[in-house]
Design a protein around this ligand. Sequence first.
Ligand SMILES: Nc1nc2c(ncn2[C@@H]2O[C@H](COP(=O)(O)OP(=O)(O)OP(=O)(O)O)[C@@H](O)[C@H]2O)c(=O)[nH]1
Ligand SMILES: [Mg+2]
Length: 233
Amino acid sequence: MTDKLISIVIPTYNEKENISSLVSVLSKKLFKYNYEIIVIDDHSQDGTIEVLRKIEKNNKKVKLFLNHPPKGLAKSILLGWKKAKGELIVGMDADFNHDPNIINNLIQEINDSDVVVASRFIKGGGMQNKFRYFSTYLFNMILRIIFAFPLTDNASGYYVIKKKLANKLPLEEIFQGYGEYHLRLVYLANKNNFKIVEVPVYYQRRKYGQSKSNLVKMLVSYLKTAWELRYKS
Ligand SMILES: Nc1nc2c(ncn2[C@@H]2O[C@H](COP(=O)(O)OP(=O)(O)OP(=O)(O)O)[C@@H](O)[C@H]2O)c(=O)[nH]1
Ligand SMILES: [Mg+2]
């Protein structure tokens, strides 16, 4: 698959300290591939946009787009998917939670599957933040047992997907809210009989900057999303 264009889609909000080093790790890892890096920023206030404009000038593979207000993680990612020209889309965070060093493992697995998801909960995976690790593990057990979700890590957010197939899914419905989009994506991909494979990933703590996620809010909206997928879709 090395000849096919791969679009790496990265949403950013206040990631000034992370984005340059992420782009440089990705460039090293992906040198043998045909790729583009699509960054969708949500009008960051910390200078991320200025940093990205400089990167864009020197690196033709990097393309910056600004999300149209209102601000939103999932809708930013959808904008990235729409701008992506690749046959394969890779989704990942900018803060090094999603280890860029294993990106090639994800890309290799897509040869024999439709979707590849990086999982913290299979052999070789894990998470530096042990509280998050155990709470997310428990949450994924509930997703699997009660709501019939397909994966060990349904809320991963680090994935590769074949764009042609992805376009068969109701993308405008999927990409709403915050990280819930990933629950909808894997649930509906499985329901549509896409072949999904998981590869292990070890989540580091974010390198610099602050988390934008609110755990309690996330738990409530993720459970609501799981309920809707299981009983209303
Ligand atoms: N475009 C856009 N990007 C966002 C928004 N919120 C977060 N992001 C980006 O989405 C990614 C994930 O955000 P994080 O704050 O790290 O959230 P998280 O990984 O779920 O939570 P942590 O485990 O606490 O890091 C990062 O690349 C953020 O910069 C948003 O509203 N719009
Ligand atoms: Mg993060």
